[in-house]
Design a protein around this ligand. Structure first.
Ligand code: GLN
Length: 348
Protein backbone atom coordinates (compact mmCIF):
# COMPACT_ATOMS: atom_id res chain seq x y z
CA UNK A 1 0.00 0.00 0.00
CA UNK A 2 1.21 3.53 -0.80
CA UNK A 3 1.77 5.27 2.52
CA UNK A 4 2.83 8.65 1.12
CA UNK A 5 1.19 11.40 3.19
CA UNK A 6 -0.84 14.15 1.49
CA UNK A 7 1.19 16.16 -1.00
CA UNK A 8 0.42 19.59 0.42
CA UNK A 9 2.54 22.64 -0.20
CA UNK A 10 3.23 22.94 3.55
CA UNK A 11 5.98 21.11 5.43
CA UNK A 12 4.71 17.99 7.13
CA UNK A 13 5.64 15.35 9.64
CA UNK A 14 7.42 12.37 8.11
CA UNK A 15 6.17 9.15 9.64
CA UNK A 16 5.34 5.95 7.87
CA UNK A 17 1.77 4.67 7.74
CA UNK A 18 0.58 3.32 11.08
CA UNK A 19 -1.50 0.51 9.61
CA UNK A 20 1.64 -1.40 8.57
CA UNK A 21 4.11 -0.90 11.38
CA UNK A 22 2.23 0.00 14.55
CA UNK A 23 3.38 -1.64 17.78
CA UNK A 24 0.82 -3.68 19.74
CA UNK A 25 -1.48 -1.44 21.82
CA UNK A 26 -0.86 -1.19 25.55
CA UNK A 27 -3.52 -2.87 27.67
CA UNK A 28 -4.16 0.31 29.72
CA UNK A 29 -3.77 2.97 27.03
CA UNK A 30 -6.28 5.47 28.45
CA UNK A 31 -5.94 8.74 30.35
CA UNK A 32 -5.95 8.23 34.10
CA UNK A 33 -8.55 8.76 36.79
CA UNK A 34 -12.29 9.28 36.69
CA UNK A 35 -14.69 12.20 37.11
CA UNK A 36 -15.18 13.55 40.66
CA UNK A 37 -18.19 12.25 42.61
CA UNK A 38 -21.78 12.97 41.56
CA UNK A 39 -22.45 15.77 44.06
CA UNK A 40 -19.29 17.63 43.09
CA UNK A 41 -20.01 17.35 39.34
CA UNK A 42 -23.63 18.45 39.81
CA UNK A 43 -22.62 21.41 42.02
CA UNK A 44 -19.90 22.61 39.64
CA UNK A 45 -22.20 22.38 36.62
CA UNK A 46 -24.77 24.57 38.36
CA UNK A 47 -21.95 26.93 39.30
CA UNK A 48 -20.83 27.11 35.63
CA UNK A 49 -24.38 27.84 34.49
CA UNK A 50 -24.83 30.59 37.10
CA UNK A 51 -21.45 32.19 36.37
CA UNK A 52 -21.92 32.51 32.60
CA UNK A 53 -25.71 32.79 32.04
CA UNK A 54 -25.45 36.59 32.03
CA UNK A 55 -22.55 36.66 29.55
CA UNK A 56 -24.12 38.35 26.53
CA UNK A 57 -21.10 38.82 24.24
CA UNK A 58 -21.26 37.53 20.69
CA UNK A 59 -24.08 37.12 18.20
CA UNK A 60 -26.39 34.38 16.97
CA UNK A 61 -25.37 33.09 13.49
CA UNK A 62 -27.74 34.21 10.75
CA UNK A 63 -25.91 33.39 7.51
CA UNK A 64 -28.19 30.33 7.56
CA UNK A 65 -31.43 32.32 7.98
CA UNK A 66 -33.31 29.82 10.18
CA UNK A 67 -30.44 29.77 12.73
CA UNK A 68 -30.98 33.51 13.25
CA UNK A 69 -34.31 32.84 14.99
CA UNK A 70 -32.65 31.01 17.95
CA UNK A 71 -33.32 32.45 21.41
CA UNK A 72 -29.96 33.92 22.54
CA UNK A 73 -30.87 33.36 26.21
CA UNK A 74 -30.78 29.54 25.88
CA UNK A 75 -27.99 27.91 27.89
CA UNK A 76 -27.62 24.25 28.76
CA UNK A 77 -24.83 21.97 29.98
CA UNK A 78 -24.65 18.16 30.09
CA UNK A 79 -22.01 15.66 31.15
CA UNK A 80 -22.10 11.90 30.60
CA UNK A 81 -19.44 9.80 32.31
CA UNK A 82 -18.02 6.62 30.74
CA UNK A 83 -20.01 4.79 33.42
CA UNK A 84 -23.21 6.20 31.83
CA UNK A 85 -23.91 8.56 34.78
CA UNK A 86 -25.42 11.77 33.43
CA UNK A 87 -25.74 15.29 34.86
CA UNK A 88 -27.44 18.22 33.18
CA UNK A 89 -28.41 21.81 34.00
CA UNK A 90 -30.30 24.59 32.19
CA UNK A 91 -31.70 24.07 28.68
CA UNK A 92 -29.90 20.76 28.15
CA UNK A 93 -32.93 19.16 26.44
CA UNK A 94 -33.50 21.98 23.94
CA UNK A 95 -33.19 20.64 20.37
CA UNK A 96 -31.00 22.46 17.82
CA UNK A 97 -29.29 21.47 14.56
CA UNK A 98 -25.93 19.77 15.14
CA UNK A 99 -24.13 21.73 12.37
CA UNK A 100 -20.32 21.34 12.39
CA UNK A 101 -20.29 19.00 15.38
CA UNK A 102 -21.50 16.35 12.91
CA UNK A 103 -18.09 16.60 11.20
CA UNK A 104 -16.31 14.80 14.05
CA UNK A 105 -18.74 11.88 14.04
CA UNK A 106 -18.94 11.49 10.26
CA UNK A 107 -15.13 11.51 10.21
CA UNK A 108 -15.10 8.73 12.84
CA UNK A 109 -17.61 6.65 10.86
CA UNK A 110 -15.65 7.09 7.61
CA UNK A 111 -12.37 6.22 9.38
CA UNK A 112 -14.05 3.09 10.71
CA UNK A 113 -15.22 2.15 7.20
CA UNK A 114 -12.06 3.06 5.22
CA UNK A 115 -9.14 2.95 7.68
CA UNK A 116 -6.66 5.43 9.14
CA UNK A 117 -4.20 5.65 6.23
CA UNK A 118 -6.74 6.12 3.48
CA UNK A 119 -8.52 8.97 5.27
CA UNK A 120 -5.22 10.59 6.28
CA UNK A 121 -4.02 10.57 2.67
CA UNK A 122 -7.29 11.82 1.19
CA UNK A 123 -8.34 14.47 3.71
CA UNK A 124 -5.31 15.42 5.89
CA UNK A 125 -5.20 16.34 9.58
CA UNK A 126 -3.48 19.73 9.83
CA UNK A 127 -5.07 23.04 10.85
CA UNK A 128 -5.61 25.60 8.08
CA UNK A 129 -5.31 28.57 10.48
CA UNK A 130 -8.25 30.02 8.56
CA UNK A 131 -12.05 30.22 9.08
CA UNK A 132 -14.17 27.07 8.73
CA UNK A 133 -15.65 28.09 5.37
CA UNK A 134 -12.39 29.32 3.84
CA UNK A 135 -11.96 28.94 0.08
CA UNK A 136 -8.46 30.40 0.13
CA UNK A 137 -7.32 27.59 2.48
CA UNK A 138 -7.98 25.15 -0.37
CA UNK A 139 -6.04 27.28 -2.84
CA UNK A 140 -3.12 27.79 -0.45
CA UNK A 141 -2.77 24.04 0.02
CA UNK A 142 -2.67 22.75 -3.53
CA UNK A 143 -6.39 22.03 -3.67
CA UNK A 144 -6.30 19.80 -0.57
CA UNK A 145 -9.21 19.79 1.89
CA UNK A 146 -6.60 19.84 4.77
CA UNK A 147 -8.68 18.51 7.69
CA UNK A 148 -12.13 17.03 8.31
CA UNK A 149 -13.30 19.70 10.80
CA UNK A 150 -13.54 22.60 8.31
CA UNK A 151 -16.12 22.70 5.53
CA UNK A 152 -13.75 21.66 2.71
CA UNK A 153 -12.52 18.61 4.61
CA UNK A 154 -15.98 17.75 5.88
CA UNK A 155 -17.37 17.81 2.33
CA UNK A 156 -14.49 15.58 1.18
CA UNK A 157 -15.15 13.25 4.15
CA UNK A 158 -18.89 13.02 3.40
CA UNK A 159 -17.91 12.23 -0.21
CA UNK A 160 -16.10 9.12 1.12
CA UNK A 161 -19.21 7.78 2.91
CA UNK A 162 -19.85 4.27 1.57
CA UNK A 163 -23.06 3.62 -0.40
CA UNK A 164 -24.23 3.43 -4.02
CA UNK A 165 -26.73 6.33 -3.87
CA UNK A 166 -27.23 9.58 -1.94
CA UNK A 167 -30.05 7.94 0.05
CA UNK A 168 -27.90 4.98 1.19
CA UNK A 169 -25.06 7.37 2.06
CA UNK A 170 -27.49 9.56 4.01
CA UNK A 171 -28.80 6.46 5.84
CA UNK A 172 -25.19 5.55 6.77
CA UNK A 173 -24.62 9.04 8.23
CA UNK A 174 -27.94 9.27 10.06
CA UNK A 175 -27.78 5.72 11.47
CA UNK A 176 -24.16 6.24 12.54
CA UNK A 177 -24.82 9.54 14.33
CA UNK A 178 -27.92 7.98 15.92
CA UNK A 179 -25.78 5.11 17.25
CA UNK A 180 -23.44 7.67 18.83
CA UNK A 181 -26.46 9.41 20.42
CA UNK A 182 -28.24 6.20 21.43
CA UNK A 183 -31.52 7.29 19.83
CA UNK A 184 -32.82 7.86 16.29
CA UNK A 185 -31.95 11.43 15.29
CA UNK A 186 -34.33 13.38 13.04
CA UNK A 187 -33.47 16.10 10.55
CA UNK A 188 -34.96 19.61 11.01
CA UNK A 189 -36.67 20.22 7.64
CA UNK A 190 -36.71 23.99 8.16
CA UNK A 191 -32.96 24.25 8.86
CA UNK A 192 -32.26 21.92 5.91
CA UNK A 193 -34.40 24.03 3.53
CA UNK A 194 -32.89 27.27 4.84
CA UNK A 195 -29.27 26.09 4.51
CA UNK A 196 -29.95 24.45 1.13
CA UNK A 197 -31.14 27.79 -0.19
CA UNK A 198 -28.05 29.58 1.20
CA UNK A 199 -25.16 27.14 0.76
CA UNK A 200 -23.72 28.27 -2.57
CA UNK A 201 -20.37 28.71 -0.85
CA UNK A 202 -20.24 25.06 0.22
CA UNK A 203 -21.29 24.02 -3.30
CA UNK A 204 -18.43 26.15 -4.64
CA UNK A 205 -15.92 24.57 -2.20
CA UNK A 206 -17.07 21.08 -3.27
CA UNK A 207 -16.66 22.01 -6.95
CA UNK A 208 -13.23 23.52 -6.26
CA UNK A 209 -12.09 20.31 -4.54
CA UNK A 210 -13.46 18.32 -7.49
CA UNK A 211 -11.50 20.51 -9.92
CA UNK A 212 -8.30 19.53 -8.07
CA UNK A 213 -9.29 15.84 -8.08
CA UNK A 214 -9.81 15.82 -4.29
CA UNK A 215 -13.54 15.12 -4.10
CA UNK A 216 -15.13 11.90 -5.28
CA UNK A 217 -18.70 11.79 -6.60
CA UNK A 218 -21.05 14.58 -7.60
CA UNK A 219 -20.26 17.84 -5.71
CA UNK A 220 -23.89 18.94 -5.44
CA UNK A 221 -25.02 15.53 -4.15
CA UNK A 222 -22.18 15.53 -1.62
CA UNK A 223 -23.09 19.05 -0.47
CA UNK A 224 -26.71 17.95 -0.09
CA UNK A 225 -25.85 14.97 2.17
CA UNK A 226 -23.50 17.28 4.14
CA UNK A 227 -26.35 19.83 4.55
CA UNK A 228 -28.66 17.07 5.79
CA UNK A 229 -26.07 15.87 8.32
CA UNK A 230 -25.71 19.45 9.63
CA UNK A 231 -29.53 19.67 10.02
CA UNK A 232 -29.87 16.70 12.39
CA UNK A 233 -31.54 17.78 15.63
CA UNK A 234 -29.73 17.12 18.91
CA UNK A 235 -29.80 18.45 22.46
CA UNK A 236 -26.86 19.02 24.80
CA UNK A 237 -28.01 15.81 26.53
CA UNK A 238 -27.60 13.93 23.20
CA UNK A 239 -24.25 15.54 22.45
CA UNK A 240 -22.89 14.55 25.87
CA UNK A 241 -23.74 10.89 25.11
CA UNK A 242 -22.10 11.21 21.68
CA UNK A 243 -19.01 12.79 23.25
CA UNK A 244 -18.94 10.15 25.99
CA UNK A 245 -18.88 7.44 23.29
CA UNK A 246 -15.65 8.98 21.98
CA UNK A 247 -14.37 9.14 25.58
CA UNK A 248 -15.21 5.47 26.09
CA UNK A 249 -13.17 3.84 23.31
CA UNK A 250 -16.10 3.88 20.87
CA UNK A 251 -18.70 2.08 23.01
CA UNK A 252 -21.83 4.12 23.80
CA UNK A 253 -21.88 4.11 27.64
CA UNK A 254 -25.68 4.33 27.74
CA UNK A 255 -26.65 1.68 25.16
CA UNK A 256 -23.53 -0.48 25.55
CA UNK A 257 -23.26 -0.66 21.75
CA UNK A 258 -19.87 -0.41 20.02
CA UNK A 259 -20.07 2.34 17.39
CA UNK A 260 -16.40 2.69 16.30
CA UNK A 261 -13.08 1.14 17.35
CA UNK A 262 -10.72 2.43 20.04
CA UNK A 263 -8.20 3.37 17.33
CA UNK A 264 -10.80 5.43 15.46
CA UNK A 265 -11.66 7.27 18.70
CA UNK A 266 -8.00 8.18 19.19
CA UNK A 267 -7.71 9.38 15.57
CA UNK A 268 -10.89 11.47 15.86
CA UNK A 269 -9.84 13.07 19.16
CA UNK A 270 -6.42 13.94 17.73
CA UNK A 271 -7.99 15.78 14.80
CA UNK A 272 -10.48 17.52 17.11
CA UNK A 273 -7.60 18.69 19.32
CA UNK A 274 -5.76 20.31 16.42
CA UNK A 275 -8.72 21.66 14.46
CA UNK A 276 -12.05 21.28 16.34
CA UNK A 277 -12.40 25.00 17.04
CA UNK A 278 -11.05 26.02 13.64
CA UNK A 279 -8.44 28.81 13.77
CA UNK A 280 -8.99 29.14 17.55
CA UNK A 281 -7.96 25.53 18.25
CA UNK A 282 -4.59 26.50 19.73
CA UNK A 283 -6.15 28.87 22.25
CA UNK A 284 -8.83 26.29 23.04
CA UNK A 285 -6.21 23.65 23.80
CA UNK A 286 -4.23 26.16 25.85
CA UNK A 287 -7.27 27.12 27.95
CA UNK A 288 -9.19 23.82 28.09
CA UNK A 289 -6.59 21.11 27.45
CA UNK A 290 -8.97 18.67 25.73
CA UNK A 291 -10.24 17.90 22.23
CA UNK A 292 -13.45 19.76 21.37
CA UNK A 293 -15.75 20.49 18.45
CA UNK A 294 -18.05 23.44 17.96
CA UNK A 295 -20.93 24.26 15.62
CA UNK A 296 -22.57 27.49 14.47
CA UNK A 297 -25.90 26.73 16.11
CA UNK A 298 -24.13 27.12 19.50
CA UNK A 299 -23.09 23.64 20.59
CA UNK A 300 -19.63 22.58 21.77
CA UNK A 301 -18.55 19.07 22.75
CA UNK A 302 -15.43 18.30 24.77
CA UNK A 303 -13.98 14.89 25.47
CA UNK A 304 -12.04 13.77 28.55
CA UNK A 305 -10.72 10.39 27.26
CA UNK A 306 -11.46 7.57 29.69
CA UNK A 307 -13.60 9.91 31.83
CA UNK A 308 -16.57 11.31 29.94
CA UNK A 309 -18.07 13.79 27.50
CA UNK A 310 -19.24 17.38 28.12
CA UNK A 311 -21.68 19.28 25.92
CA UNK A 312 -22.63 22.94 26.12
CA UNK A 313 -25.30 24.83 24.20
CA UNK A 314 -25.72 28.60 23.93
CA UNK A 315 -26.33 30.30 20.57
CA UNK A 316 -24.25 33.50 20.83
CA UNK A 317 -20.97 33.04 18.92
CA UNK A 318 -17.60 34.75 18.76
CA UNK A 319 -16.04 35.84 15.46
CA UNK A 320 -14.74 32.33 14.70
CA UNK A 321 -18.19 30.76 15.13
CA UNK A 322 -17.69 29.26 18.61
CA UNK A 323 -20.27 29.67 21.41
CA UNK A 324 -19.13 32.37 23.86
CA UNK A 325 -20.81 30.98 26.98
CA UNK A 326 -19.93 27.43 25.94
CA UNK A 327 -16.21 28.23 25.81
CA UNK A 328 -16.26 29.94 29.22
CA UNK A 329 -18.28 27.17 30.88
CA UNK A 330 -16.03 24.46 29.39
CA UNK A 331 -12.87 26.23 30.50
CA UNK A 332 -14.28 26.57 34.02
CA UNK A 333 -15.37 22.92 34.19
CA UNK A 334 -12.07 21.65 32.75
CA UNK A 335 -10.22 23.33 35.62
CA UNK A 336 -12.81 22.60 38.31
CA UNK A 337 -13.18 18.92 37.41
CA UNK A 338 -9.46 18.38 36.72
CA UNK A 339 -9.87 17.36 33.09
CA UNK A 340 -6.87 19.01 31.35
CA UNK A 341 -5.01 16.21 29.53
CA UNK A 342 -1.67 18.01 29.85
CA UNK A 343 -1.78 18.40 33.64
CA UNK A 344 0.59 16.24 35.71
CA UNK A 345 2.07 16.11 39.20
CA UNK A 346 5.54 14.98 40.18
CA UNK A 347 5.66 11.45 41.63
CA UNK A 348 5.96 11.43 45.43
N1 GLN B 1 -23.64 23.80 8.05
C1 GLN B 1 -22.72 24.84 8.42
C2 GLN B 1 -21.95 25.32 7.20
O1 GLN B 1 -21.63 24.55 6.36
C3 GLN B 1 -21.80 24.31 9.47
C4 GLN B 1 -20.74 25.31 9.87
C5 GLN B 1 -20.38 25.28 11.33
O2 GLN B 1 -21.12 24.77 12.19
N2 GLN B 1 -19.26 25.88 11.63
O3 GLN B 1 -21.67 26.48 7.07
Amino acid sequence: MDTTPPDTTRPRLHVSGRDEDSPPALAQAVSTGSLPNTERVAGLMQDALDRYRTLDDGAVADYIPSLGTADPALFGLAIVAVTGDAHAVGDSDHLFSIQSISKAFVFALVCEALGHDSVWRTIGVNNTGLPFNSVIAVELNGGRPMNPMVNAGALATTALVPGDSPSTRWAFVRDGLSAFAGRTLEMDPEVYASESAANQRNQAIARLLQSYGHLTGDPLEVTDVYTMQCSLLVSADDLAVMAATLANGGVNPVTGRRVVSEEVCADTLAVMATTGLYEMSGEWLFEVGMPGKSGVSGGIITIAPGKGGLATFSPRLDGAGNSVRGQSATRFLSKALGLNLFASRPVA
